[in-house]
Design a protein around this ligand. Sequence first.
Ligand SMILES: Cc1cc2nc3c(=O)[nH]c(=O)nc-3n(C[C@H](O)[C@H](O)[C@H](O)COP(=O)(O)OP(=O)(O)OC[C@H]3O[C@@H](n4cnc5c(N)ncnc54)[C@H](O)[C@@H]3O)c2cc1C
Length: 339
Amino acid sequence: MEKVDIAIVGGGIAGLSLGKFLAEKGVPFVIFEEHDEFFKKACGEGITQKIAGYDFLELYGSKKGVEREIWETIIYTKYGEIPLEMPILMIDKKKVEEEFAKKAEKQGEIRKGEKVKKIENGILIPQNIKAKLIVGADGFFSITRKYINVESPKEAIAVEGYKENVEKDESKCHVVLRDDVIKHGYSWYFPKKEKWNIGIGSFNKKYFKEGFEKFKEENYSIEWRGAYIPMGKPLPSYGKNAILVGDACAHVFSNVGAGNMPSIICSYIASDCIEKWVKNDRYELEEYERRWKDVLGKQLKYSYYAGIIFFNLIRSEYIRHKILKKMCSSVSKFYRKMR
Ligand SMILES: Cc1cc2nc3c(=O)[nH]c(=O)nc-3n(C[C@H](O)[C@H](O)[C@H](O)COP(=O)(O)OP(=O)(O)OC[C@H]3O[C@@H](n4cnc5c(N)ncnc54)[C@H](O)[C@@H]3O)c2cc1C
């Protein structure tokens, strides 16, 4: 039986960024990715650049695949337009994942086309590999989460596709938050270099179906890709000899469905812990949970409650507009200071 110190299940943005950070620290690892190519899962390809003192560009260490630096998002409600100033990077996610992979491969190994079907007694099956530590970066349907007996998260559902021309200002992101477009969710128009990533999502499957039907009619001839997004508070992130990162652990701002930057930040924290554990040959897994909770725990939890209050409890679109305007104004003020 092959033995490794660190096995990472899943080569999405969480697993690959973790690989890059571990490579920089000189820690060897193996990533198992079920597909032969990266970026097979749907995503709006927006990244909130700065969160909790972390900057994506510093963590990524490159500008490859960064297509646009957007400063302003316009939110359209039934009662008008609300500007939100917040740095968002529009990326070509395939290129970004490939770049993370290239940097990861300096120290680790990425085995593509390798699906881990289950984990039993610390052994990856069918690979028949035993690892001292298993990192579950295996997304919404994580099998690593099953291995450590953590329950699955609730889900939101969203789809995205590329559109050549959209009659909107391409220096901004655009979000439509109206019940007559979709209830308990929103649609988006994000400008990429030569096209737009457009999409729609909802917390509620029935409303999603209704909203998507209309959206499809308005935006025809688009190849849609859909996926679940974990909704809820982040999940317990360790057990047995495994930790979870990214969607596997619901590291997502669930009121907006944004998980790219939280995944990368938690991967960075995980890499720091793993470096120490490998050096001391002592895997104190709870340290990882304590540290990511210190950085992001409250924000992730509050974003879940904000989503519940905003979409489920406040029925009036007028009151939602008013609240959103206040919230956007204070977020804008916060980010304006960093500009
Ligand atoms: C339509 C849509 C739009 C979105 N838009 C945005 C956005 O604009 N901005 C944002 O921040 N977030 C967005 N998100 C959320 C974001 O995409 C996720 O939070 C993020 O991709 C999580 O990364 P991850 O690596 O944890 O999981 P994933 O991206 O799901 O990657 C998991 C990887 O693990 C692999 N894998 C899974 N199981 C196994 C296994 N058993 N063996 C081997 N490999 C396995 C998968 O093939 C995959 O490559 C969006 C989500 C959706 C669905």
